[in-house]
Structures are given as C-alpha cells and as structure tokens.
Design a binder for this molecule. Structure first.
Ligand code: AMP
Ligand code: MG
Length: 919
C-alpha cells in the first residue's frame, strides 16, 4: 500500500504537542484542518490530478506517518502513499456550493490516524463548467497555515504552467530535515534563552485565561462556525483608526477583541491566544510542515482605557510577541509549572490570516474558503485578511467565529458575533479618545427587552395598610384557623381580638405612626399577636431575637430608640434600660382585659396611619460593618403580601410552616402571605423542630427555608414532612440541593426566590415544577416579582447584554424607605433610577452579581463585595467574629470565599463551631 521509507526524522515541537493530544483522544477529528479554493474558470481535472500528484511528490510532509517506539515518536517520510483524488460533479444540484460544502464538512470530521498515511485528502468539485472547488484537508500534524498557502501556491503555479504547455517550474519546497534542524538550532541558541526570559517574565504572575464561557473547556470534536463579513464602512473605519493611531489594522482587531472580553466579563487582565507562524530562517518559510505556535497575548484593559491607548498597547504587545514568537507555549507552560488543563494560559484565539493569496489557475481568479484551522478549546475569531483575487480589493473582511459547542450554544455564538461586530463598529466610530468603558454594547431592541419587556410587572395592589388587609381577611373568614402553636389554635377572630386589645394598650403607651415598638418574645402564637398589635397601633415593629447577645440587642435598641419594648420576663432586653411591657405579667393581662376588642381606627391612633409609614424595621449588616435598620413601609409590605396571594396562591398558602426568626424578613412572607389570604400558619421554634415530630410528621402546604437549613433537615433522615411547595431563599441554591429536595419530597414545587431586606423580602422568583431537562444546571433566581423592576448594570450604570455579568439593581414598590437614621448610607445604596421613567425614582444597589439568561431569568453568580451569608446573617468578612461570637454554641468560625471570576466572590464553605457546611 505504501512506498518504502526514505527518511526517519524527529517531530517538531509543534508536531509533538499534537501527537500527545491526539493520542489521548485517538478518534477526535478536531486536528483536521481544511479549506477549499474556489476557482472562477474552467479546470481540466486530469491535468489537475497530475499537478496534485507532482506536488505530493515534492512535499515531504504529505508523505509522512508517525511511528512511536519506546515512548518516543518520530516521523517516517515515505517514497509515496496510495491516494485517490475524489472527483465530484455537483453542477446538477440545486445549490452546488451547499452540497459540496456538506460533503467537505463530513469529510473533515472523519478521524484520521497519524500512524497511518496519507494524512491529507483532496477532492475536486465541478460546480459549473466555469466554477470548480478544490478541497484540501490535512492532519494538523503535517501542516500549518503557512504550509497550506505554500501548497496552494505551488499547485496554482504548476497548473498554470502545464496548462500552457510550458516546462514544469523548478521545485521550491525545502526539505523537512531543514525545518527540524533549524528548530534544533533555535533551541540551542541565545535567542531561545532570551525568548524564554521574555515569556516567563511576562506571565510570572500566572494570569487566568479570559473566557466568555462559564465552564472549563475540554477539547471539542468540532467547532461551530458563524461567518460574517465586515461591511465596507466598518472596514474603512478600522483602517482609518489604525492609520490615525499609527498602528496596523490587526492591532485594532486584537484590541477590539480584548475590549469585548473586558466589557463582557469585567476582566481587566485579558489574555487571548494568538496563533503565529513561528518560523525561523527565511529558507524555512518555503517548507510545508507543522511549526505554528499559539502565543498567550496579554492586555491590560480598564473602563477608562481609551481606544488610542488600547490599540497602541495592542500594537506594542504584538510587536513584542511576534519578536519572541518561536518560543513554544508548551515550553512556557512547563517553565511556569502548569500541568494538566486546570490552568489555561490563553483564552479565545484571535487568528489573523494575512498571507497574500492571490492565486490564479491558468489565469482564473480564486476565492479561498477556510473550513477549519485545528483545535481551539474556547473560541476563535478568524479574521481573514486574504482578499482573494476572486473578490477584488476592498470587498470586505471575513470574520468567522469558531466556537467549542460544548461551551457555547448556537444562539450564544451568534450573539457574541453580532455584539463583537457592534463593538468593533462603535469603537471605530467613537474615535481614539473614547474610553473602552463608554462603547455601546446594546442594540436598541435588546435594551428594550432587558429594561422594559422583562420588567413589565405592574399589578394593581389594594390601597390599604397591612393591618387593614389582615382585618378584611379576618372579617371574611373569622372562624378559619389563623395560627397553630404546639397544638393550640387561634381562629382569625380570636387572633384579631387579642391583637386589638394589645394594640389599644400600645396606643395608650405612646405607640403610633413613625414610632418603633421592639418585639423580643420567644416564638409562639403570642409573638404573632404582639406583632399584629404593633402594626395595628400604627407603629413599626422592630424584631429583637431574645437569643441575641446583649451587645447586639443593646446596639439595636440604642440605634432605633423604640417607644416601647414588648417582651417577657427574663430576656436580656429587660436589663437594657428601655421601657418594657411584659406580656407574661399578670398585671398586663388585667390591663388587656380592660381594652376593647375592636379594630383600632385612625381616630384611636396618635396620628392617622398612612401607606408610607413604616411597618417594620429589620436590622441587617452589609457594607459598613455595623448593623443598620432597614425601614419598610406599609405600602411595600402590602405589596409583598399581595404578591404572595397572587403568585404563590391561597391554596399553597393554606397551611404554612412559620419557622424563620422575625429578625429575617422571610418571616414577613411566612406570616402575612397566609394571613392576608385566609391561610393558617404553624409557628415552630425553628426548622429543625420538624425532625422531632412523631407520627405522620408535618403535612402542611408550604415550607420556606434557606437551602442550608433544609439540607440539614433532610440530612436528618427520619423527617416526616410533606409539603406541596418549598420556597428557598436567602442563599444561593445549587442543582444538587434541588435534587436532594426532590428526592425527599417527590412532586413538590420548588421556588428559588431572591431578595434583599432593602427590597422587601423578595425581588425575583423562579419556580421549578417537577423535573425538567435543565435539572443539572444551577437554578436561576428567576424574574422580577410584581411591581418590581430589576436592572443588570455595569460600573457606569449602563445595562449589560444578556449573558453578561453585572450588578443587580432593584426598583419598584418593594424599595425600603432607607436605613433608619442613616441618610448618607441610604443615599449611597438607594440611587437615582435612570430607567424607571419616573422623576425622583430610586433603585437599590444590591452588591449581588448576576446575569440575564436568554429566556429572561436571572442567574445569581456571587457578590461584588465581601459580604457573605452565614446562618441567614448577612455578614462582612471582617466582622464575622463579632457577629457570630455571641451565638450560642459558636466558638469558632471559618469561612472560605472563592473568586473564580474577577469581581465575583462566592462563599463556598464555612465552619461554625464544629459544623462544616458546604455551600
Ligand atoms: P437578606 O437581606 O438577609 O435577605 O439578604 C439578601 C442577600 O442574600 C442577597 O443580597 C443575596 O446576596 C442573598 N440571597 C438572597 N436570596 C438569594 C437567592 N435565592 N440566591 C442567592 N442569593 C440570595
Ligand atoms: Mg431576603
């Protein structure tokens, strides 16, 4: 089958790299490189075939195969291989090009075994009498981009000469041995040492490869391609920008890709991959073979970097990189002690094809169509500067985007390409002084979608206060069960009457609108009575967990200055010096008995209760280290309760487990969701109380919990709980947590709900009903809830496109009034909303990093700051000890925060006391 061996040579370093990768994945066809040359004129197939055979005879690399002995590979050059030229006539097809390309793609996706030649394939298609396609495919181990152009050029020259019956032009290819010896000489040279010093210094701090994907790549089997061409105007702009900045146009293209990555990821240290020819002596540039290299190419891009600075930087870096281009990336990885795939050096490739390719076959013009340039694990932007003699000068620049289909879906590839071209367009239009951060990334339709369409959440909300909303329900269903605690039940009528008596007493004691009444009562039905009573008095309630350390309690009372503290004997608040009303005191019982059981009205209150008056003040930490009171209005609380009745529904709210401490605003949902639509709540000390149940366990309709707490309950094993809905909020929800819950509570509806206290409990929601195809993906946090708008913005407060990381801002009815007594801090976090269309409208800056999915759901990624959530507490890393020190049983705390993506911090594990928790 094959001819005899005429030489045995070592592999070039580039060949060795490919050999190692292919050997790990022997049937992977990704190492095939292919193109076809379209010939605009008539071709003589017999003559063409003889030219190809002559070319193969001249090019040693086309006659090699790889052998491996004793763990070391070499290449054997043979006298000849048997091969056939495929001749195909597609001229009768409806679309000759499409059917030819289909055949070519299929051919190029066939695995090729490097130990078995030939390592190339040729085909000739007749598309019409005067239009032919010459297809070439090579295993990358025998051919690089330069080699491809040498072969193409030689075939054109031979064909032209022989067609004109002229003598055969002298062979021009050098021998493979020269290429290998040249490389060996380089590796022993001073230059090699200098190049190594350059690269190891440039990458000493091991920057991470940039990527637009959210997963680690692995080698794909093929790349998905999107082709576009740059329109004339942008191309002229590109050239003009280059001229004005005194750089070459490729520098502008590289700068644009770096700017795109920076804008899409927020990354300031952008590392691309730059494929280069990497040949040495001039003579070696006439030898087809595989020598090419991919350089890691690093640029520093900040929002304030101007286009001029960026293209100049790109130009300078290009110059340096090209100067040191022979130093191989495999060697650099070894120098930097990087092994395996876990640390990639280069992100997306930018492949600028600049070879002059004005090929003519017997005078016929040609157009080159690249079909794939070898392995890329992320994506590759192929900028084809070869005009092709078939298209004439100035016919545009082809820009292909080749992407790893394991990392990017087709829509994503299309969106990246479109947006990259938009950015390139706005970059060349904006001029050299424009900062990169100022370039427009969003087209008007996408802007409209993310700002308006996905935020169309307006719903009517009753214009009543929270106590009125409850009272109306109590009037509708007086006999229905409102509260259950340890087997004791209170009907709506009983609950309302008890709360009314206490409310009248509180009003007597000075409680009313714009005052605060603290509540430090152990969890029971009495705490619900007390909470309603405070609201009915017109005051805002301030929950103070009786389990809190005296220091935190003291701070909250000092800061909020409540008119009164409702508590029981023996709590720490009784020693705080604040005016207390002891609910378990016999004297109080007497006073209450004397109060009317009717609903207090504005006539009873100190001043009329209005919707903007505070309903509650909940302390939370955050960006400052010291806890601050979030003041939430009646209107916002009513909006939340109305959302619950509509979005979760009275059926799901008919029996709700109220397990969350009043200090967390989830309790507002647990209590007022059901109580404003006829449902009942069962008060328990905490979620773990479920694990102590005997018999059939708990069988209500809805449980709400933080993911880590429900995991703890489920891990307990013997939990006999059934619930139709599990609402998870407060922490990031993982796919495996969802799977665990589904396994434990089959058929339940899972809701992942997100929201900071500053936006009244919940701002976005996602509902997972039953198992779906996306089950292994992290569940999103969903879409904005009613009367809520969400914006994903960059650092200049501009909306980012779908898929792009940004900070979440919230606007709408749920916005808190602000932080109690902290106007400055309120102004910092609640800023002017430029997108709401309302003068004076505000939005809350959450500090959460998210991105839009294409379907309008938000994905939660992490925090922009140092805040973590531990046991439901929002804590700054620096204040963890202080906050948790007082928690019972907690002696030590350790926290692991990871920053996989720059600017996105995420808690991955923590230890409280002796309990390690994976998040
Ligand atoms: P809090 O004000 O105590 O409700 O805490 C609000 C913070 O908790 C948010 O800013 C997020 O960082 C985090 N958070 C709340 N809900 C979720 C959720 N469903 N997924 C991820 N993080 C969440
Ligand atoms: Mg919340």
């Amino acid at each position: 089958m094959t001819g005899y061996q005429i030489a045995r040579l070592p592999l070039t370093a580039a060949q060795s790299g490919i050999w190692l990768s292919q050997r790990l994945d022997p049937t992977n066809p990704i190492f095939n490189i292919a193109e076809y040359i379209e010939i605009h004129g008539e071709i003589d197939p017999a003559l063409f075939e003889s030219v190809l055979r002559r070319t193969v005879a001249e090019a040693e690399t086309l006659r090699i195969r790889i052998v491996e002995e004793d763990g070391s590979a070499s290449q054997i050059v043979q006298e000849h291989h048997d091969w056939d030229l495929d001749l195909l006539d597609v001229s009768g097809e409806d679309d000759p090009r499409a059917s030819a390309e289909e055949w070519m793609r299929a051919e190029a996706r066939r695995p090729v075994d490097p130990t078995n030649g030939p390592l190339f394939a040729f085909a000739l298609f007749k598309a019409a009498d005067d239009r032919w396609f010459w297809y070439q495919r090579y295993h990358h181990i025998v051919m690089d981009g330069l080699g491809l152009s040498l072969i193409g050029g030689r075939v054109a020259v031979l064909y032209t000469a022989l067609a004109a019956e002229q003598p055969c032009p002298e062979p021009t290819f050098g021998s493979l041995r020269e290429l290998i010896e040249d490389e060996a000489a380089y590796r022993a040279s001073e230059r090699f040492v200098r190049d190594r010093a350059y690269w190891t210094a440039r990458f000493a701090d091991l920057p991470a490869a940039s990527s637009l994907a959210d997963r680690q790549p692995s080698l794909p089997r093929y790349l998905e391609r999107r082709t576009a061409s740059l329109d004339e105007g942008v191309l002229d702009g590109l050239r003009a920008t280059a001229r004005e900045a005194d750089v070459s146009w490729p520098a502008v293209a590289v700068a644009a890709l770096a700017a795109y990555l920076h804008r899409m990821t927020g990354n300031r240290d952008v590392v691309l991959g730059l494929p280069v020819v990497a040949r040495g002596a001039m003579a070696t540039r006439t030898i087809p073979g595989m020598m090419s290299n991919v350089l890691p190419f690093r640029l520093d891009v900040r929002p304030g970097t101007t286009v001029r600075e960026l293209v100049r930087q790109a130009s300078k870096e290009l110059h340096l990189a090209l100067k040191h281009q022979r130093y191989r990336f495999e060697d650099l990885r070894r120098d930097l002690e990087l092994s395996g795939d876990e640390h990639r050096l280069a992100g997306p490739h930018i492949n600028i094809v600049m070879v002059d390719y004005d090929l003519r076959f017997a005078g016929h013009r040609t157009t080159v169509h690249n079909l794939g340039g070898g392995p890329v694990d992320d994506l590759s932007l192929v900028v084809d500067g070869r005009a092709g003699s078939g298209q004439g000068q100035g016919s545009g620049l082809k820009i292909d985007l080749d992407a790893n289909p394991d990392l990017y879906r087709s829509e994503e590839i299309a969106a990246h390409q479109r947006r990259f071209l938009d950015l390139l367009g706005s970059m060349v239009r904006a001029g050299l002084d424009e900062p990169v951060g100022g370039l427009e990334l969003l087209r008007p339709p996408e802007r409209e979608r993310v700002l308006v369409e996905w935020n169309a959440t307006e719903r009517p909300v009753p214009s009543v206060t929270l106590p009125e909303l409850f009272e109306a329900q109590a009037a509708r269903t007086p006999l229905a069960t409102a509260v259950v605690f340890e087997g004791r039940e209170l009907s709506y009528a009983e609950l309302n009457a008890r709360a009314n008596r206490l409310a009248h007493l509180l009003i007597e004691r000075g409680a009313g609108p714009e005052t605060v009444v603290a509540l430090s009562v152990p969890r029971s039905d009495a705490v619900i009575v007390a909470l309603l009573a405070v609201l009915k008095s017109g005051a805002a309630y301030l929950p103070v967990d009786p389990g809190y350390p005296a220091e935190r309690t003291g701070f909250m009372l000092d800061d909020a200055r409540p008119a009164l503290v409702l508590t029981v004997a023996g709590t720490t608040v009784t020693e705080s010096g604040a005016t207390c009303l002891l609910l378990d005191d016999p004297g109080t019982a007497e006073l209450l008995a004397a109060q009317p059981a009717t609903n207090p009205s504005d006539a009873d209150r100190t001043t009329p209760l209005r919707l903007q008056h505070p309903a509650y003040v909940i302390y939370t930490s955050g960006s400052t280290g010291r806890p601050k009171g979030v003041v939430v209005s009646q209107a916002s609380a009513v909006d939340l309760a109305s959302w619950a009745a509509e979005a979760i529904g009275p059926r799901q709210l008919r029996r709700v487990l109220a397990s969350t401490s009043l200090n967390f605003d989830v309790s507002v949902f647990e209590i007022f969701g059901p109580l404003c639509c006829g449902g009942g709540i069962e008060v328990v000390r905490d979620l773990l109380a479920l694990t102590e149940r005997a018999g059939d366990g708990w069988s209500g309709s809805l449980i709400s919990a933080v993911p880590s707490a429900i995991a703890q309950v489920l891990a307990h094993g013997e939990v006999k709980a059934s619930a139709e809905t599990v609402v998870l909020a407060g922490e990031a929800l993982s796919a495996h947590a969802v799977a665990d819950i589904r396994a434990a509570l089959p058929g339940c509806r899972i809701a992942n709900i997100y929201g900071p206290t500053e936006a009244t409990v919940y701002a976005t929601a996602w509902y997972g009903d039953g198992a779906g195809p996306d089950d292994d993906r992290t569940p999103p946090i969903g879409r904005p809830v009613s009367n809520t708008r969400v914006y994903v913005l960059d650092s200049a407060l501009r909306p980012v496109p779908v898929g792009v990381t940004g900070e979440l801002y919230i606007a709408g009815e749920g916005l808190a009034r602000g932080y109690l007594g902290r106007a400055g801090l309120t102004g910092e976090r609640f800023v002017a909303d430029p997108y709401g269309g309302v003068v004076g409208g505000r939005m809350y800056r959450t500090g959460d990093v998210v991105r839009w999915r294409g379907d309008g759901n938000l994905e939660y990624l992490g925090r922009a700051d140092e805040q973590v959530k531990i046991r439901g507490f929002r804590i700054e890393l620096g204040e963890i000890e202080a906050v948790l020190a007082g928690c019972p049983g907690v002696r030590r705390v350790a926290v692991v925060v990871r920053e996989d993506q720059p600017g996105v911090k995420r808690l991955v594990a923590y230890v409280v006391g002796d309990t390690p928790v994976d998040v």
